[in-house]
Design a protein around this ligand. Structure first.
Ligand code: FPP
Length: 248
């Protein structure tokens, strides 16, 4: 990133993005560099998510959507997949245990049906236990793929047309939005991807239409609260025109 810690600029607290999405990439390379197994990288990645969520909440971010496991990640080795699932169990258990003293609200996006039953139950438990919380709303993308989400949305809208509650020629943007997993999440204003990869890998295909993208070479486990502040600073200095001209 461009600033040294000492130079970290002042943020305009009236212009904090309300909805941020993060692609937490680079856990494997972080572990490899240290001669550790991949699971150690994912563990460090889960810890980073904790730290960054806390800073995001302090800054006044309302929604943080984190890509934890994609529909394509099942292609990884059984060992790596079960390692991530174990970390997820622990992450959910920790949040369930601490939820009385925490202000986060947590839910998941993605198709839960392929996740183990106990994980599905823990997700429902955590969603229910935190649904009155007013702090950061953390959305964890699990078995999530943008194309899969759009396909599931099309089936839901199609079923409404089939049962007569909706006419095909009257389908509006709102009908699409309310049938996406993200119906309760404002479109991200800022997307951050770590590890020097410049793609968005099937994440939030519909929702990223006008999102500002920020790519950093840092590997996800090395990403800090100051890096988040810096990303927000960069966001605040972009000219968002949404297809218009803003006086140009
Ligand atoms: C990408 O790094 C990261 C993932 C596929 C998984 C992200 C998972 C976590 C941050 C931990 C689990 C999350 C929770 C909420 C418990 P990579 O392995 O593709 O990195 P690489 O490209 O360097 O190999």
């Amino acid at each position: 990133m461009i600033f040294s810690k000492r130079d970290l600029p002042e943020l305009d607290m009236t212009k904090i993005p309300q909805s941020i999405a993060i692609i937490m990439d680079g856990n494997g390379r972080w572990a490899k560099k240290r001669g550790l197994v991949k699971k150690a990288g994912h563990k460090a990645g889960a810890d980073t998510l904790e730290r960054v969520s806390k800073v995001a909440e302090k800054l006044g971010v309302k929604h943080l959507t984190a890509y934890a496991f994609s529909t394509e990640n099942w292609k990884r080795s059984d060992e790596e997949v079960s390692g991530i699932m174990d970390l997820l169990r622990k992450y959910l258990d920790d949040h369930i245990r601490r939820c009385k003293t925490e202000s986060f609200r947590v839910d998941m996006i993605g198709d839960p049906s392929r996740l183990d039953k106990d994980i599905q139950e823990k997700i429902i438990t955590l969603e229910n236990l935190t649904k009155e919380k007013t702090g950061l709303f953390l959305h964890i993308a699990l078995n999530y793929g943008g194309r899969d989400e759009i396909l599931r949305m099309v089936k839901k809208v199609g079923a409404e047309v089939e049962n007569g509650t909706l006419k095909a020629e009257e389908i509006k943007t709102e009908d699409i939005v309310r049938n996406l997993d993200t119906a309760n999440i404002p479109d991200p204003e800022l997307l951050i991807r770590t590890s020097g990869e410049y793609r968005f890998s099937n994440f939030l295909l519909w929702q990223l239409a006008y999102t500002e993208f920020l790519f950093t070479d840092k590997l996800w486990p090395d990403f800090t609260g100051d890096d988040l502040k810096e990303a927000i600073y960069e966001f605040q200095n972009r000219d968002r025109r949404f297809g218009g001209r803003n006086g140009r």
